[in-house]
Ligand binder design. Structure first.
Ligand code: NAP
Length: 294
């Protein structure tokens, strides 16, 4: 039995399909079972509730050989550390109570970075807690998700532009969530690994934002430009959305660390995953753009 958190999320949803396709028994923890796809709901055991609740974990973990663990993103959390650690401590205690042998967690690339890195440091703090749970642990260590660009689909389609804080001419490491699910499925279906390690999961190419704009334009068949947003503009945007000082620091520290190369060491040692940026544009971005066109 493999227990999967966030089954309605981008990674969790794709992971479950892979596990079910391989004939694995899956138990999911979902806040709202009605949000599961019908085809999934019929084929999995479901425990309903949030996965930072010890009682929910006590219902989900008995008899499990492995756990897929993901802390839900919460950009409005007053403190990223507190958010990650609340989930991580609940998980580590439950893993120990139920003697779970293997845990695969969704983390970030850049372990060992010497400076504070906001939300990325919060993920590393989660890994430290889970590494002490008694289970073998793999921290999937990723850079920027290609799917983040889907949040800018309207802007891309209507203004022919997308915005990030990166320099347009610096390579940006990325990963398709499909490939994260693939690596997680591989680890969860072959439990021969031991110990606690970080597993860097990176896509095969590392385009600059300007290069990404060119590929997006070619795949969508319309010109698309990259526009760099200054950090001051980004902070103003966050404030206008109601973010507090700590939440702003958590995000700006992370972006500054990314600008200064926090992903570089993991990028150099990662086994590249299959999906390059152009393939992702063809398989995910273009269909999403077509679906929004009346
Ligand atoms: N985006 C990036 O570039 C990047 C890079 C590195 C690491 N990461 C990490 O990747 C993870 C995000 O993965 P993803 O994209 O697959 O997530 P996602 O698609 O945003 O899915 C979030 C999931 O969390 C569930 N959820 C939301 N709030 C919850 C709560 N309070 N309690 C319990 N469940 C809750 C949602 O379920 P319902 O709403 O259906 O209940 C959904 O299943 C985060 O941990 C993030 O830090 C992201």
């Amino acid at each position: 039995m493999i227990v999967v958190t966030t089954p309605t999320g981008q990674i969790g949803g794709q992971l479950i399909r892979r596990l079910l396709d391989q004939g694995r028994k899956v138990r999911v923890i979902a806040r709202d079972a009605s949000r599961l796809d019908d085809s999934v709901r019929e084929r999995v055991e479901t425990v309903v509730g949030p996965h930072d609740d010890p009682a929910v974990l006590d219902e989900a973990l008995p008899g499990a050989e492995a756990l897929f663990w993901l802390v839900p993103p919460n950009p409005r959390a007053p403190s990223a550390q507190a958010h990650y650690l609340r989930f991580a401590r609940a998980a580590a205690a439950a893993v120990a109570r139920h003697d779970i042998g293997h845990v695969v967690g969704v983390s970030s690339a850049g372990h060992g970075w010497p400076d504070p890195a906001g939300v990325l440091s919060a993920a590393f703090a989660m890994d430290a807690v889970l590494s002490r749970s008694g289970a073998a642990y793999r921290a999937l260590s990723m850079p920027y998700y290609m799917e983040n660009l889907l949040r800018q689909l309207d802007t891309i389609c209507e203004q022919g532009a997308f915005y990030l804080t990166w320099a347009g001419d610096l390579p940006l490491a990325t990963i398709a969530t499909k490939d994260i699910a693939g690596v997680a499925a591989g680890l969860l279906t072959d439990l021969s690994w031991t110990g606690q390690e970080n597993t860097p999961v990176f896509g095969p190419d590392r385009l600059t934002p300007d290069g990404m704009a060119e590929v997006i334009g070619q795949e969508l068949g319309r010109p698309v430009a990259y526009r760099r947003m200054g950090m001051d503009g980004y902070v103003s945007l966050l404030r206008s959305q109601g973010a507090g000082d700590q939440a702003i620091q958590d995000l700006t520290e992370a972006f500054a660390a990314q600008d200064h190369g926090i992903y570089d060491e993991d990028w150099a040692s990662a086994d590249p995953t299959p999906t390059d940026f152009r393939t992702w544009c063809r398989e995910v971005l273009k269909p999403a753009a077509d679906a929004r066109t009346p």
